[in-house]
Design a protein around this ligand. Structure first.
Ligand code: FAD
Length: 394
């Protein structure tokens, strides 16, 4: 089949690779003039790495990424450890694939270079998808410059503000969660003894939480710092914020957090909006994938991982079904429940991370601390369903 993919983000490029792997031809239409992503890190859990290993890309990721030693949880102000349990070896032994941290730009570069090595694919930049129409036999994509392109299937991997989704289901109605995420990246050598350890660390606080980890072979520290706020309207990765505001949001927090905010060149913020699961992801020969289908709050580090799982299933079901429409229906039926469940759990996690009262903190973090001391395997077990899931299994 000829698959047209709207969007060259993590979801779109992975879909292209999975479709080629399953024998389809691919065209990626990306609005931006260059492929790339914002200057921030991203976590790749084992359930997503399994897809890249099936595509033969496991080694390529190892060249760019970091394998965190442990998962940690700490109190945001005192730095008091709630738990620290091993991750690098455990991920391989328990879930069969590594857990990685990577810079987003490296992630996109890696996927794009893997695509460039393939035949029967083209990535067209500066191509903005404006809409689509379809017949029984084909789908035609309408571009903003007035040109058109026809194929067998259109995949809307055009992100949280998807135009493909808007045409399929009408305008989106996101709800502001009252949370804003700051993000920053800093060379480790600028942080001295305050540098975050090479772990996946969640820092809990009253009405706020942070995640720290390392990227670029461990040479940079990455911070995502989420704080509760009123009345935000703009949902964008590229909105810059002031250092004073970020430092005021995290005043009194552990120096590992505040030092990153002090030393970073630029600070960006992303207002977090929540959305209920969509009623459908498929309209005949057109399907939504990744954030276009199930945008989720970043409280489980699974948004892109779900896009990667989607990509494998969509390509496989199109290869094994009698028609494009059947393949896309099968894709939705395999993926909908799992992605919606992760979307709901991500939404629920904001409450766990931001306990406001002393009693609430004790009731939530006390058992975490105890589990880390006496039954660390319990914490690993809680992730089995998520990280141990093998979407590539026949
Ligand atoms: P996008 O990355 O948004 O890509 C969409 C692409 O489509 C873009 O390149 C865009 O330019 C293009 N496009 C848009 N409109 C058009 C159009 N009309 N025509 C053509 N092209 C178009 N996920 C994880 O798995 N792990 C994490 O650790 C993690 N951390 C996160 C931290 C934060 C603070 C946030 C906000 C999210 C995080 N996520 C994480 C979620 C993850 O970033 C997203 O789920 C993922 O980037 C979605 O990929 P996508 O390809 O679906 O969409």
């Amino acid at each position: 089949m000829k698959i047209i993919i709207a969007g060259g983000g993590i979801g779109g490029l992975t879909t292209a690779l999975c479709c080629l792997h399953h024998g389809h031809d691919v065209v990626v239409l990306e609005r931006a003039a260059e492929l790339g992503d914002v200057g921030a890190g991203i976590q790749i859990p084992p359930n997503a790495m399994r897809v890249f290993e099936a595509l033969g890309l496991g080694g390529a990721f190892d060249r760019f990424a970091v394998r965190p030693e442990a998962i940690e949880a700490r109190m945001g102000r005192s730095g008091q450890m709630l738990f620290n349990i091993p991750l690098a070896e455990t991920a391989l032994e328990r879930w069969g694939s590594p857990y990685l941290h990577i810079h987003r730009a490296d992630y996109i570069t890696l996927l794009a270079s893997a695509l460039r090595e393939k035949e029967k694919t083209s990535v067209r930049l500066g191509q903005e998808v404006a809409g689509y129409r379809q017949t029984l036999n084909s789908v035609t994509v309408e571009l903003a410059d007035g040109s058109e392109l026809s194929g067998d299937v259109l995949v809307g991997a055009d992100g949280v503000h998807s135009v493909v989704r808007d045409q399929m289901l009408g305008a989106d109605r996101p709800v502001f969660t009252g949370n804003v995420a700051w993000r920053a990246i800093v060379p480790i050598k600028l942080l001295g003894t305050d540098a975050p350890r090479p772990t996946a660390c969640a820092w809990m606080g009253r009405g706020a939480h942070c995640a720290t980890y390392r990227v670029r072979r461990g040479e940079f520290a990455n911070l995502v710092a989420v704080v509760e706020r009123d009345g935000w309207t703009l949902e964008s990765w590229s909105e810059e914020g002031s250092r004073e505001q970020a430092l005021a949001d995290f005043a009194g927090w552990h120096p590992t957090i505040t030092r990153i905010l002090e030393k970073t060149d630029r600070l960006f913020r992303w207002a977090l909006f929540d959305r209920a699961p969509l009623t459908t992801w498929v309209d005949g020969r057109v399907a939504l994938l990744g954030d276009a289908a199930h945008p989720m709050l970043p409280f489980m580090a699974q948004g892109a991982a779900m896009a990667v799982e989607d990509a494998w299933v969509l390509a496989r079901e199109l290869a094994s079904s009698a028609s494009a429409n059947d393949g896309l229906r099968a894709y939705q039926s395999v993926r909908y429940e799992r992605a919606s469940a992760v979307q709901a759990r991500s939404s629920g996690n904001s409450k766990v991370f931001h306990r406001r009262t002393w009693l609430g903190q004790l009731a939530t973090y006390g058992p975490m601390w105890l589990a880390g001391k006496v039954a660390p395997a319990l914490i690993h077990k809680m992730s089995d369903q998520l990280y141990g899931y093998d979407v590539t299994a026949p």
